[in-house]
Ligand binder design. Structure first.
Ligand SMILES: [Zn+2]
Length: 362
């Protein structure tokens, strides 16, 4: 019995070793060019990172490097093979020590040793302040750039395979709803010192908010990421509402309001707006309008287009829902009723999901 334990122990040891992450990646001796002194710095020992582009190894005399800097590790990639493989043109400006990447309409400028880059003319901070650097390694001299930042700017995405010390670059951008959750920006109209419509003591801002929060909850249950422009009773500037959605790179923007027609208390029903000429905005509006009217049983007043700030300044398909008329007593009583708000939220979430599902690859 005792003898038969040895092979088992060896097998266990083997399994344990195999399951360890490949911490012992190949080491490479690297010297970085110091822009201030104008000479190469001391030799540093760095982990080598395999860069695979759509499954194929990126061919270069200087490999990908794992640079430990400020307690963070960053993958540096040789810029020319990376950028060219992603369809970008690479220009080197010797006088200013800059590398310019051009792809279609987009231009990215990196300056050696600088923690800032220019993306289509706008200055941005590089992640972790890690700059592009000139590196000497394995006998080659290459401009190395932060892999994830540059790849993403060139429309690619980067995944990390820790077990194999490999960065997996995919030239196709992440597909919303497949590679990452759909991101929905929801905007509860008005708030704080801006009540919106007020009738019979009810303020529009207090109707819009619970419908929006409940819609957010339902969308999250469907697996969406939700970005709110406000989650409580506060002032938010219209342009800031758009900036919140734009910064979050939301896939769609939906603003939730309630209507009023003071001169005509008989008028009621649901409208949904999109920006004039926005085809996708109109599709989003149509999906929301029909699902809300079906769920709430409200009068379908149809679709409209309007040059609203929140429809115009948002960079994604956008719609503005007018749930019903607070100037109509009957509809006002419904709009302030939590049970009816629940129906509106369910309809809004349904319409949003109906639209998002049309974006999924067939
Ligand atoms: Zn409003």
């Amino acid at each position: 019995m005792k003898k038969s334990l040895l092979p088992l122990l060896l097998a266990l040891l083997c399994a344990a070793l195999l399951s360890l992450p490949a911490l012992a990646a190949e080491r490479v001796e690297v010297r970085f060019f110091d822009e201030e002194s104008g000479r190469y710095g001391p030799a540093l020992s760095m982990g080598e990172i395999h860069i695979l582009l759509d499954g194929e190894p990126l061919v270069s005399d200087v490999p990908g490097l794992l640079w430990q800097v400020n307690g963070d590790s960053r993958t540096m990639a040789p810029v020319r093979p990376l950028a060219e493989a992603l369809g970008a043109e690479v220009l080197w400006l010797g006088q200013t020590h800059q590398v310019v990447l051009r792809r279609g309409e987009d231009t990215l400028v990196l300056t050696l040793g600088s923690a800032r880059a220019a993306v289509n003319g706008a200055e941005v901070d590089l992640p972790g302040g890690v700059p592009a650097v000139l590196a000497l390694a394995d006998g080659g001299e290459r401009t190395m750039v932060p892999l994830r930042f540059v790849a993403e700017q060139l429309g690619a995405r980067v995944d990390w395979d820790g077990a194999n010390a490999a960065a997996l670059v995919s030239s196709a951008p992440a597909v919303p709803g497949v590679d990452r959750p759909f991101r929905v920006a929801l905007d509860a109209g008005h708030g704080g010192s801006a009540p919106g419509t007020v009738n019979e003591g009810y303020a529009e801002k207090d109707v819009n908010l619970p419908i929006t929060l409940r819609t957010a909850q339902l969308l999250e249950e469907e697996g969406c990421e939700v970005v709110l422009t406000r989650a409580d009773d506060r002032d938010v500037d219209l342009y800031e509402r758009c900036a919140i959605a734009n910064r979050a790179e939301a896939d769609i923007f939906v603003s939730i309001h309630s209507n009023a027609l003071p001169g005509n208390p008989d008028f009621q029903g649901t409208f949904t707006y999109s920006y004039p000429g926005s085809v996708r905005g109109a599709e989003l509006a149509r999906a929301i309008q029909s699902a809300v009217c079906a769920a709430a049983g409200s009068m379908d007043r149809g679709l409209c287009t309007e040059n609203f700030v929140v429809l115009r300044e948002t960079h994604m398909p956008a719609a503005l829902l007018e749930t019903g008329f607070m100037s109509n007593h009957q509809e006002l009583m419904l709009l302030v009723d939590p049970a009816y708000q629940e129906k509106l939220a369910r309809g809004t979430a349904r319409g949003i999901m109906d639209y998002l599902n049309t974006l999924l690859p067939q």
